[in-house]
Design a protein around this ligand. Structure first.
Ligand code: ATP
Ligand code: MG
Length: 289
């Protein structure tokens, strides 16, 4: 069975998207077993989340990127269900507002960083600024000085990859760990899911004709993902390229990635000093009288 380590790319060698499957081809009969494994992961995540929050020294940011209908929302919902909502901060990176466009592209990521001790979820991320912005050439239309825009495309985005890598190093140096996930769906499966959105009334609300326009640019998107992942994966901030054609298995792997990162934090409940323990003990008689 495919493991999380098979999905990790930490910058060693050259990243080729074609080396990473869109399906792990898990027998459907195994689904209950996989779901049980995920439930166990979540139980462990709960313990670690509690300690992470009590300690408050390290933050974890789960970053999810994918083509439409790859299952971002479902992965967040299922792989994190039952965690304590009080110490989770979710932010959805939508089409940038006027206010956001009036700032540099990392501004909104900075504005929405979780506190240390919390688990942040970025549903889409600052990588949109090297994905849709590259594929659609949106940067040509930015209201920025000529010197910022007169670069050729490769140079412009090479600069962004480097800055993003620096930004993520900065986060690591400041007490954050990132879980960078690319849900790797095939175009065929995406089409199937779009059709299901048309056919099943409960899913109609998810249908968006605009998603088809992005889908038409599939090769361009895959190229942009490949370049971005290749340039921004490091030992401390690797990418996980998770096969997404089977939702139940993708969700399990997402839970594995989050759990692995939480384990790496090795959170512990704060230990009190001798004086603090003495102070606490001094309160005992007041409660026992
Ligand atoms: P859902 O459809 O499940 O609600 P979603 O993440 O697809 O979730 P949408 O509002 O449908 O949300 O889409 C957001 C759109 O905004 C996407 O097409 C995304 O590529 C685009 N987007 C995000 N960040 C940027 C950015 N910095 N510049 C331009 N477009 C962006
Ligand atoms: Mg959408």
């Amino acid at each position: 069975m495919m493991k999380l380590s098979d999905c990790r790319y930490d910058g060693k060698g050259t990243f080729k998207l074609a080396d990473y499957p869109t399906s792990a081809k898990i027998d459907k009969a195994k689904r209950p077993e996989i779901e049980e494994l995920m439930a166990k992961n979540i139980e462990r995540m709960k313990e670690l989340q509690d300690k992470l929050a009590a300690q408050g020294s390290e933050g974890v940011i789960v970053m999810i990127q994918a083509m439409d209908a790859a299952g971002k929302d479902g992965a967040i919902k299922h792989a994190m269900s039952g965690l304590n909502p009080q110490t989770i901060e979710v932010y959805n990176f939508k089409t940038p507002s006027k206010e956001e466009l009036a700032h540099d592209y990392l501004w909104r990521a900075v504005c929405h960083l979780p506190k240390r001790g919390n688990i942040g979820v970025f549903n889409r991320t600052h990588y949109e600024d090297v994905l849709i912005v590259r594929v659609r050439g949106l940067w040509h239309g930015y209201n920025m000085p000529k010197r910022c825009l007169e670069l050729d495309e490769d140079t412009f985005f090479a600069q962004r990859y480097e800055r993003i890598t620096n930004f993520e190093d900065h986060l690591f140096e400041n007490g954050y760990r990132l879980v960078k996930i690319f849900l790797n769906i095939s175009r065929k499966e995406q089409k199937k899911r779009f059709l299901a959105r048309i056919e099943e009334p409960d899913k109609n609300w998810k249908f968006s004709a605009g998603d088809l326009d992005e889908s038409e640019l599939w090769p361009e998107y895959m190229d942009a993902f490949e370049k971005a992942i290749n340039a921004t994966s490091t030992k401390v901030n690797p990418w996980y390229v998770i096969p997404a054609d089977q939702k139940f298995f993708a969700r399990y792997l997402v839970s594995e990635a989050i759990l692995e990162t939480l384990e790496a934090c090795e959170p512990e409940y704060p230990k009190l000093s001798e004086e603090e323990i003495a102070e606490m003990e001094a309160c005992r008689p007041r409660l026992e009288s």
